[in-house]
Structure formats: structure tokens, C-alpha cells
Design a protein around this ligand. Structure first.
Ligand code: IPD
Ligand code: CA
Length: 266
């Protein structure tokens, strides 16, 4: 079985296991602090266990880097890392806000740039975004590309949840000049929607995002033709450590990047 098929199957199983749970009291059950530093909720634990059980069942020789469970070595002859955010948008999923997803990626080495496969599944409806290196990005069965035409409404995705006042001040021109700013609460799904051309740029400069939240999105954005940059406007890369936190900008092209960041000093 190809790695991409394994990740797609694992994502389907997450969808089946949590689709009736979101927004219920049961979803919220508290399991202490996970490896990524946030509270692990029952819905997170159930979703992660679904993936781990499946990978064990098919004997996939890998090391799992889960947001809640931490590093789980499923084999001594590992082929690489499965980077797992079984529920991205946990707050939405617990409250029942219909915007949350799973994010699964496979990397051959300890770097974002070694990711070969990624799958993001919208857990409110089972829609799937996926990519394999050099093979393009897909939404269900259709190939996708970042938005290439001049947009009718320019949609600027920007995550400022919990941002410092210093960052808010720096980003203020974006809010003043681009009046279709959006943030939905699940970075992975927002990266996927950006890759599908539903947003023109997606920005998260809080230096808070974990590797698990962006690993699958990293490949899906790149394979869909998007620019993926760090806060210095250099090509984004990072290691897969639990301490790593990144800032990033996903832009459909240089023109929109220049347009949105004109007047901002980084
Ligand atoms: C969160 C989401 C959210 C972002 C947070 C992340 P989680 O992931 O991606 O959009 O603002 O920084 O922690 O915790 O729900 O997996
Ligand atoms: Ca999560």
C-alpha cells in the first residue's frame, strides 16, 4: 500500500470515529496536557487512537509524532515519521463549530522539507485534501491549484488568535486596506482551502504554530503551486521537534504577497 493510501485510509477512519461526537459533552472530556502543550480532549484522544490502532494493524513501520500522544515508535525499522494532528481546530470541534479537520503527513527525515505525503480531511463532511511530492494536490478526486486569476473578492486569511498587541499593530495596515480578512480556527483546513484557491493569502505570524498543525498543509500548499514563506520571506522549513514553533505566509503569487505586505515592516 502506498503511503498516501495509508494516510487517506487513516483519515477516513478518524472521520468515522468522531463525526457524531463533535459538539457533545463527551467530546470535551479532559485528559491532561498533551505533548504539544494544550489540553487533550476526549475527541483528540479518540481520533489519535484510531490512527495508532490502524497503523499498528497494518504494521506500518514508522515513528508517529502525535500532537497529544507524543513520539510513538511503532517499529525499530522505521521508514519515516507520521506527523499527526488528529484534530486540528479542537476548540471548534468541542464547541460544535463546524470547522475542524485532521492533518496527517509523512516525512522521511526530521524536516518539513522531507515531507512526501499529506492529507487533510474536513471532519464535518469527510472532504479530503491530499498531495504526494511532485504529483500535485487534490481535493477529493480533482486536482487543485492556488487562485491564479485576479480575484473578484480578495480573501485574506489571517490568524491573529492570541496575537500580541505588538503584532496586531504591525499587521494593522492589512486590516485597514484589505476588508475581506478571515480566520476560521483550524490552520490546517485553512491552508487546504487556500491551496484550493478559496483564499488568496493565508498568514500566521504569531510564532505559535506547531509542526503537527502545518505538516500536511505544507505539502498541499506547495504542490498546489503556492508560495510558502517564513517571517523573513524565505522558503519555509523547520525541524520536526516538539519545541518548534513557526510563523508562515502562504501566498498565491508574488503580486498578492507584495500587495498585502506593502506598508508593513517585518
Ligand atoms: C489550533 C488551530 C488554530 C490555531 C492554534 C492551533 P489545535 O490547533 O490550528 O487555528 O490558532 O494556534 O493550536 O490546537 O486545534 O490542534
Ligand atoms: Ca490538535
Amino acid at each position: 500500500m502506498e503511503v498516501i493510501e495509508i494516510l487517506r485510509e487513516a483519515s477516513k477512519k478518524i472521520y468515522e470515529s468522531v463525526k457524531d461526537l463533535a459538539g457533545t459533552e463527551d467530546a470535551a472530556g479532559h485528559f491532561g496536557i498533551g505533548a504539544g502543550g494544550d489540553i487533550s480532549r476526549n475527541i483528540d484522544i479518540i481520533a489519535e487512537k484510531t490512527v495508532l490502532d490502524y497503523l499498528k494493524k497494518i504494521n506500518f513501520e514508522c515513528i508517529v509524532l502525535g500532537e497529544e500522544c507524543g513520539k510513538v515508535e511503532l517499529s525499530e525499522n522505521s521508514k519515516g515519521f507520521v506527523i499527526m494532528d488528529a484534530i486540528d481546530g479542537s476548540a471548534n470541534s468541542v464547541r460544535g463549530v463546524p470547522f475542524f479537520c485532521s492533518s496527517l503527513a509523512f516525512a522521511t527525515d526530521n524536516k518539513l522539507s522531507s515531507i512526501t505525503d499529506g492529507v487533510i480531511t474536513n471532519l464535518t463532511n469527510g472532504e479530503m485534501y491530499w498531495a504526494s511530492k511532485d504529483k500535485g494536490s487534490f481535493f477529493n478526486d480533482s486536482k487543485i491549484h492556488v487562485h491564479s486569476k485576479e480575484p473578484i473578492y480578495k480573501i485574506v486569511g489571517i490568524n491573529t488568535s492570541g496575537a500580541t498587541s505588538e503584532l496586531m499593530q504591525k499587521l494593522n495596515p492589512i486590516y485597514e486596506q484589505h476588508n475581506h480578512t478571515r480566520h476560521f480556527g483550524a490552520n490546517a483546513l485553512e491552508m487546504a482551502m487556500f491551496a484550493r484557491g478559496l483564499m488568496d493569502i493565508f498568514i500566521d505570524l504569531r510564532k505559535k504554530i506547531r509542526i503537527q498543525d502545518i505538516a500536511a498543509g505544507y505539502l498541499i500548499v506547495k504542490e498546489a503551486g503556492g508560495l510558502l514563506l517564513d517571517e523573513k520571506f524565505e522558503s519555509l522549513d523547520a525541524d520536526l521537534s516538539y519545541e518548534t514553533r513557526v510563523s508562515f505566509i502562504a501566498a498565491a503569487n508574488q503580486k498578492i504577497l507584495d500587495d498585502v505586505f506593502s506598508g508593513i515592516k517585518m
